[in-house]
Design a protein around this ligand. Structure first.
Ligand code: ZN
Length: 138
């Protein structure tokens, strides 16, 4: 048992570092899986390694943390007061990479949906997930 626990802790730490398997992303995955949809995860062959890939629908989904991906006008996107310039550079470069990936994917004929972390907070969650589901299957 203790080994299982340490494995969990390790993977949690890894997820914090790599930004993979974050909680909002798991929420989206679980919801769509329950709805019967099947997908690939973090496909390295595609630009930006989309979080979820639906080859059958030619759709990819990114689940973005509002801070790291600089969600404009969002209350969760607040640049820290210290090392402000460093953070701005960091987040702006994330945003540039995001835009590049989206453009490349679109050029390859993929539909790209971005789900923001703030839209997965308790009150909005249900609505966001349902809307996403219908966008995929339609
Ligand atoms: Zn947001």
């Amino acid at each position: 048992m203790s080994d299982v626990h340490s494995k969990e802790v390790r993977s949690y730490n890894m997820s914090k570092i790599k930004g993979k398997d974050t909680k909002p992303e798991i929420l989206v995955r679980k919801f769509l899986f329950k709805k019967g949809l099947r997908y690939r995860l973090h496909d390295k062959k595609l630009p930006g390694k989309p979080d979820l890939v639906f080859p059958k629908y030619k759709i990819v989904i990114f689940v973005h943390g509002c801070f790291w991906h600089g969600h404009e006008g969002c209350k969760y996107f607040v640049i820290p007061k210290t090392k402000t310039e460093w953070w701005l550079n960091k987040i702006n470069s994330n945003k540039e990479k995001d835009m590049e990936s989206v453009q490349k994917l679109k050029n390859e004929g993929w539909k790209v949906y971005i789900v923001w972390e703030c839209d997965l907070k308790s009150r909005k969650k249900e609505e966001t997930l349902n809307a996403l589901y219908y966008k995929i299957i339609n």
